[in-house]
Structures are given as C-alpha cells and as structure tokens.
Design a binder for this molecule. Structure first.
Ligand code: C5P
Length: 407
C-alpha cells in the first residue's frame, strides 16, 4: 500500500510489559494498514504478555528482544534499528519502562535503543498503560515530566475500566487513536493558528415525527478533512448531519439534522473561522410543513401530497459574508457530478461565489473509502488522482493551506 497516511514511514514499535500488550497486535496491524512498515522491539516483560511469534507474524519482520542478538552482523541492533526509523512508538509504555527512560538506563535493548536513537531526527512517542494508582503516583508523574522535558511525546492516557478491575486514568489509548495521534504528529503543521469550519454528511428533513427525507452521504470525506486539518494544526469545528462515524480526535463536533439547523450552527461558528469547507450533501428541498403527529392512512386510498420549499444554500450564504468577500474567510465548496465534471465544477464555483471548488464523481463515491478530486480555482484546475479519502484529505488540506493569505 502506498496511498495511505503513513505510506513510506518506518515505525519502531516498542512493547514494554503490561496487559495492554494484547492491543499491540492490533496496533501493529493498523499501522501497516495506514501504510507504515513496522519493526517490533520487545522487552523481556512484554514477551510475558504477548509472544514475539505473534508480533513477528503480524509485522512480517524479525522481532528483536535482546541487545545481545547476534543476528546483526555488527552486533548493534540498538544502532541499526533506530537509524532508519521515522519514529519510535512505545506502546504500551509501562511505569517501569518510563522510569528507565527518565534515568537514561540502557541495560536492555528497548531503552538502549531509545537512548541511542538520533533525537533530532527520530521522535520518541510513549503510550503509557498502567493501573490508575501507578499512574497517579508522584514517582510516575515525575518520570513522565522528565521524559517529556527530554523531548518525548506522551500520548494519552485514556480513562476507564482497567484489567485489574479498577476504573480510572492509565488506560492505553486504543490502537486507532494511537495511529491517529502518530499520523497527526508526523503531519506538517500547515494550518497552525487557523480555525477551520467544516460541514459533513447528509441532512435529514422531517416530514413528521417518524419520517423524513435524506440521502446516502456517509460523511467520510468531510470527517477525513476534519482529521487532516486537525493533524495540520488547525482548530477544527465539524458540523455534522446524521452519520455513523466516530469524531476525529481533537475535533469539536456539532450534530445537526436539518439544513436550517446546519446553517444556524455554521453562522454561529463562522465568525472566528478562517477557512470554511462545505462537504455536506445538503437537501435542496424540505417539506413545506412538518406534521406534528405521524401522518396516518385516512382510509380514502389517496396518498398524502407533500409540498416542498427550497432550503437555504449554506455555502452560498457564507460566501456572501463580508469576511468571505474580503478574503479573510477562505471558502471551499464541493460538487458531486455524474458527468462533465470540469465544466460543472467551474460553473458551480462561480455560482456559489467561492475561490475553490472541489469536484468529484458522485454519487458513486458516497460511502466509499476512496475517491478522486478535481480542484478548480480562478487559475485553472488540478486533479488529485484516486486515493483513500484520508490521503486526499491530507492533500486537499495542503492545497488549501497554500492558497491562504499569510498571517
Ligand atoms: O448546489 P450543490 O448542492 O451541487 O452544491 C454543492 C456544494 O454546496 C457543496 O459544497 C455543499 O456542501 C454546498 N451546499 C450547501 N447548502 C445547500 C446546498 C449545497 O452548503 N443547501
């Protein structure tokens, strides 16, 4: 796979001893699915919780566990394994392992490797996992502060049920959260200091309390853009219609149903935004009236007749705001077209009054994990070829960042 978020990245995944080692198998898998190659290094204690055989089978590479490993011709796995890494991620990082790092210990391979890595080039990220009392202990907190001061990045921790039966802080973040955090960490911070407002998903226009009109938009593209914008350092607010997607980490989400509610939420949030990206598939019309009670068959055999009124155009409304017209708010629209993508997208860009319009072939792409985009602005057009929506979102964020006025 070379079209994923972590494509070309080589990650050293270090496991220290803890029950959360069972999640390291899934983490390894998810890192690979995101395009990374994974080199596993385990402490002796970690091997008590999950076998090197499992980790080797999943990572497709020999697992290292000892600094005396004679497989390396120069007998220096701590050097060889750390030189070509893009990051070292310790997950789980036990209280004991963090204490070793804080002291600069080097008497087993993993801490030796952390100490010997070229710090300027190879960042160290820790995903602590431990019992809540161990987490809260001043010694652990002291050690964490020390390793953070020495340049390590601490991911988490989560709060919740623990293997010991207690509940509290100290859970390792879930594998998908760690992949998201690592991806964000490695993403260039192109949108630092920018507030980005995004609409995503379909709208739901009620007919009566139990029925309504909606569409097949999954929200995946908008959510991917929210994730990518946050990874690029932006403060992101996502106004979402009814979708079944988890909120990207670090993103503020406002759930709405109808186009009118989406517009209200957008107008409330847009004052402080510097970028507005409209990916939502907003219903063009809504029923003119909404029945207070469920519409029943009346026995006449005559179906009810629905009358529609036009919904507000959220994008066009925002594009007319003074801050958009002055260039302080950069507006991006989307177009899903089944034919003549370039002509339709160019016409839509002018009609909506936005500097950038992103066309895609729709609705065939609704719900899919990949897509291809056509970017149309005043200077012409540019294609972003077929890739996962996450990768396209990263590319689109870079394209938008390049078009923003300096600040
Ligand atoms: O006119 P059309 O629906 O094709 O335009 C698509 C673009 O306009 C998308 O960016 C969509 O989010 C936005 N839009 C909107 N409010 C509407 C209709 C579309 O913001 N009522």
């Amino acid at each position: 796979m070379n079209d994923e978020e972590l494509a070309g990245k080589h990650i050293v995944l270090g496991l220290s001893g803890g029950v959360a080692c069972y999640k390291a198998a899934e983490l390894c898998r998810q890192l690979q699915r995101a395009g990374a190659t994974v080199q596993v290094v385990m402490t002796e204690a970690a091997a008590q919780f999950i076998t090197p055989v499992t980790m080797q089978a999943l990572s497709g590479r020999p697992v290292y566990g000892s600094q005396w490993d004679a497989r390396e011709p120069n007998n220096m796995p701590h050097i060889n394994l750390s030189r070509n890494a893009d990051a070292v991620l310790i997950a789980p990082a036990s209280a004991d392992f963090i204490a070793r790092l804080a002291q600069g210990r080097a008497d087993e391979l993993l801490s030796l490797l952390c100490l010997a890595r070229p710090r300027e080039r190879v960042p160290l990220l820790l995903a602590p996992a431990m019992n809540r009392e161990m987490w809260a202990h001043p010694a652990t907190q002291r050690n964490l502060a020390q390793v953070a001061q020495d340049g390590a990045t601490v991911l988490g921790v989560g709060c919740g049920d623990q293997a010991c039966g207690e509940t509290g802080d100290g859970r390792m973040l879930e594998p998908h959260e760690l992949v998201e955090e690592l991806t964000a960490f490695l993403t260039p911070k192109l949108l630092v200091g920018r507030k980005v407002l995004i609409t995503a998903g379909p709208t739901f226009e009620a007919i009566d309390p139990v029925r309504g009109i909606t569409n097949h938009s999954s929200g995946k593209m908008g959510f991917a853009i929210a994730r990518a914008a946050r990874a690029a350092g932006a403060e992101v607010t996502l106004v979402a219609g009814p979708v079944h997607l988890p909120t990207p980490r670090g993103v503020r989400r406002i759930d709405v149903q109808s186009a009118q509610q989406m517009l209200d939420a957008v107008l409330q949030q847009v004052q402080s935004a510097s970028v507005f990206i409209a990916t939502a598939a907003v219903a063009d019309w809504r029923p003119a009236t909404q029945a207070a009670h469920k519409i029943k068959k009346d026995g006449s055999g005559e179906p009810p007749v629905l009358r529609f009124v036009e919904n507000p155009d959220i994008l066009a409304t925002v594009a007319q705001l003074p801050q958009a017209r002055s260039g302080a708010l950069y507006c991006v629209g989307f177009a899903a077209e089944s034919e003549d993508l370039l002509a339709q997208s160019s016409a839509k860009r002018l009609r909506k009054g936005v500097p950038l319009l992103v066309g895609n072939i729709g609705p065939a792409t609704f719900g899919q994990d990949d897509n291809a985009l056509l970017l149309v602005d005043a200077n012409g057009h540019r294609e972003l070829p077929r890739a996962s929506k996450r990768v396209l979102a990263q590319q689109l964020v870079a394209e938008i960042a390049a078009r923003l006025p300096h600040h």
